[in-house]
Design a protein around this ligand. Structure first.
Ligand SMILES: [Zn+2]
Ligand SMILES: [Zn+2]
Length: 159
């Protein structure tokens, strides 16, 4: 079996997981930037590490985002990729805008969100985000898979 440690990180950074999001997931390192935290939260969703997603919510947001809901969402999605669009500083807030591409049932979804991050106890945490509406695409079994593989959906990401 190949170890996950020597594979590319699913956050799309083009780095090995062991050099990218894994030390954050294992709490060996802390995210240095909001973008790094956002990437590690995405990869935690992909790896179904609901606890990490929960712990990186701002403290006052944790109660309304229980681990079980995070886990149910992660379990119901087939994640494709993450695209970071922009990041920076605005109105005394750190933000990262990204697109998360995933399948939910037979829908292809692109979540386009501008997320706000704050530092609490010296750690970056996710506060909230503004979601830009992107229409979900209903995919049929004989359609080309929207993931870009060139295969039919039924031979690719269909369940
Ligand atoms: Zn990563
Ligand atoms: Zn596919």
């Amino acid at each position: 079996m190949t170890s996950l440690n020597s594979t590319m990180c699913v956050c799309g950074s083009q780095q090995n997981y062991a050099d990218c999001c894994e030390p954050l997931h294992l709490a060996i390192q802390q995210a240095k930037t909001p973008e790094q935290l956002m990437r590690s939260r995405y990869s935690a969703y992909v790896l179904k590490n609901a606890k990490y997603v929960y712990q990186t919510y701002a403290i006052n947001k944790q109660q309304e985002n229980p681990i079980k809901e995070i886990k149910d969402f992660a379990d119901s999605c087939r994640f494709i990729k993450l695209t970071v669009i922009n990041s920076g500083h605005e109105n005394n807030q750190e933000f990262v805008e990204f697109k998360a591409h995933y399948f939910y049932q037979n829908l292809y979804c692109e979540l386009n969100e501008k997320s706000q991050f704050i530092k609490e106890d010296g750690q970056w945490r996710y506060l909230d985000g503004e979601i830009y509406p992107v229409a979900d695409i209903k995919v049929s079994r004989n359609d080309n898979c929207p993931c870009g593989s060139g295969k039919k959906y039924k031979k690719c990401h269909a369940v």
